[in-house]
Design a protein around this ligand. Structure first.
Ligand code: NAP
Ligand code: 8YV
Length: 311
């Protein structure tokens, strides 16, 4: 297809090879001077493919007069100025559903790692500390009270898994959902009620610092925070303060406010399990996401309906 696709960021090989076979591809990240390269090609670009965290600003969109579609390699599209794209008639697509299992698996893995101190126990075994005595007893996860903040596609998938652990599940979102779990309109009330608060809302202005000092204090000294949403959803400074002062028990985090930077203080804490934003990061799931990114772009240029347009 004689269309020009700008790939902004390094992407899994599966997608890149599909794109190479079907479009004229322009790979921004391979260029030493990205600004010079962009100025050279920008007016000819018909489409953009981009990893979730990369900002697509109004200035960039405005500088590309032929741009018709931005395909985001992720379900969260908070880094793209959607309203501005709409105002220019540029379509935006994302990758919902295909990563639900993966992200839910990661959320549960974080819960188990936090409660059962799996990462510490691994280090303990490797450095032969066992020779000096047994690993300290940990905390049972099965049967605990789990509060899910954001009962959407992934939230429901997390709940399904947590049911198998006999967790008592409740949730908060702006609207009540058609699910059997207990609904809390008030996030603070939910935090007071549960052992673990698992955050899986979208990012962006609407949810910025939704988990604030008050919510952390409601969760209390035995409470655990799991964040597989976006770093922006939690007030990171307040989270660090609460962890340092044992105002909450522990946190399992996949996301941070200024990725890929993780604050030194979080790294040094003993009551955190930290992942480098890998919740959807398996070959199988990233390939499925890549296929969806590709199919959306292809459909657009074949005048077929988009599979997952952000509306
Ligand atoms: P979704 O189906 O749209 O679900 C989002 C949920 O959040 C809905 O239940 C929504 O319900 C709720 N929500 C939205 N705004 C809210 C607010 N201000 N306060 C409380 N609840 C709010 O999205 P999804 O597919 O499950 O994905 C959720 C997010 O997970 C993505 O947007 C992305 O940021 C993140 N994610 C992270 C990773 C990772 O690698 N760590 C991977 C995939 C996704 P209401 O509209 O009723 O409030
Ligand atoms: C991706 C994500 O790792 O889907 C999302 O919202 O955060 C992750 O699946 C990220 O978008 C990078 O492409």
């Amino acid at each position: 297809m004689d269309k020009n696709l700008l790939i902004m960021t390094e992407m899994p090989e599966y997608f890149v090879s599909l794109a190479d076979k079907n479009f004229n591809t322009y790979k921004l990240w391979l260029n030493k001077n990205e600004d010079d390269y962009l100025s050279e090609i920008r007016t000819d670009m018909d489409a953009i493919a981009v990893m979730g965290g990369y900002k697509i600003t109004p200035e960039l969109m405005k500088s590309m007069p032929n741009l018709k579609i931005i395909a985001c390699y992720g379900v969260g599209y908070d880094a793209i100025d959607i309203n501005y794209a709409k105002s220019l008639g540029i379509k935006v697509t994302n990758t919902p559903e295909v990563l639900n299992d993966e992200v839910a698996d990661t959320a549960i893995a974080l819960m188990l790692c936090v409660y059962k101190k799996i990462v510490d126990a691994d280090s303990f075994a490797r450095n032969n500390s066992w020779l000096n005595g047994d690993f300290p007893l940990t905390k049972k996860f099965s049967g605990t009270k789990l509060g899910i903040v954001g009962m959407g596609r992934i939230g429901k998938t997390i709940a399904k898994r947590a049911e198998a652990f006999d967790c008592k599940i409740s949730y908060h979102s702006r609207n009540k959902k058609d699910v059997k779990y207990k609904y809390f309109t008030d996030l603070n009330q939910l935090a007071k009620e549960v052992d673990t608060l698992c955050v899986i809302t979208p990012g962006g202005k609407e949810t910025e610092k939704l988990i604030n000092k008050e919510v952390l204090s409601s969760l209390g000294k035995n409470g655990v925070i799991i964040n597989v949403a976006r770093g922006s959803v939690i007030d990171q400074d307040e989270l660090i303060y609460s962890l340092e002062n044992n105002l909450i028990l522990a946190a399992g985090l996949d996301v941070y406010t200024n990725e890929p930077n993780i604050p030194e203080k979080l790294i040094n804490l003993k009551n955190t399990v930290l992942l480098p934003h890998i919740a959807s990061g398996t070959v199988e799931t990233r390939n499925a996401m890549g296929q969806l990114v590709f199919d959306n772009i292809k459909n657009y240029f074949e005048n077929k309906s988009l599979i997952s347009e952000v509306v």
